[in-house]
Design a protein around this ligand. Sequence first.
Ligand code: FMN
Length: 251
Amino acid sequence: MPDATARPLEPDAWAALARARHSVRDFRPDPVPEPVLREVLGDAITAPSWSNTQPYRLAVASGPLRDRISGELCARFDAGMRARRGGPVERARVAITRTGLPDGDFRVPERYPDDLQPARVACGRGLYEVLGIDRGDLPARDRQMRRNFEFFGAPTVVFLFVHGGLREYAVLDAGVLLQTLMLAAHARGLGTCAQGALAIWAGPVRSAFEVPPQYRLICGVSLGYPSAEPVNAFRPGRAPLEDVLLAPRDA
Ligand SMILES: Cc1cc2nc3c(=O)[nH]c(=O)nc-3n(C[C@H](O)[C@H](O)[C@H](O)COP(=O)(O)O)c2cc1C
């Protein structure tokens, strides 16, 4: 019989950790000490996976490498934005040179499904409100989007790759790893922001690391110590549990 009283961690302590984790979108420049980084990554890889295949790889960048990747991603973002917001000449230039066009391993959804769109809009609205950005202020919105590629000032960024041969199962496993990593970081006073935006352009990351061809970039995670900026107070709520639970059909 399992010991029902055995508790590896007080449930309240676990709940406090899980509930207090949130996305951090402004970091102090203080570096993450190497031993702490290793602990976080070591905890992350304890995540369970499909047949224990661990179908993912991590690429970590700090210091000059982090700066170089950030610079290259920002250059692509800027080129893409010039095309988007610019006139026909700028659009033609991008079409010819292809600079700024996404080269990610996965296609980022342009349109969200209708039933998910309200949550997306509410999240964006809440974030802009905390940042004091008017929804109609496109330059300010672009600047905020660009912060993704500056890793929100984080000293370290972790890129997450999944094995293409396991399709959605590798992506599922990567999600489990991602949350384990974020909680491991949070337990050590670090902040994180998972960023799908960091997979829009794969070129700068692929060229910086030895990435086996079967691995595809799915997202990045900025990692560092949270600043006291108001943006870090943003806490998007969750749908009530009743909305997530499916009702049983009548017997
Ligand atoms: C896979 C994934 C990708 C995300 N991509 C981005 C992103 O590109 N930029 C960003 O600012 N936040 C991104 N987020 C953060 C979500 O917006 C955030 O998790 C959600 O709004 C809930 O807020 P919370 O993390 O503070 O609880 C991402 C989160 C996940 C899990």
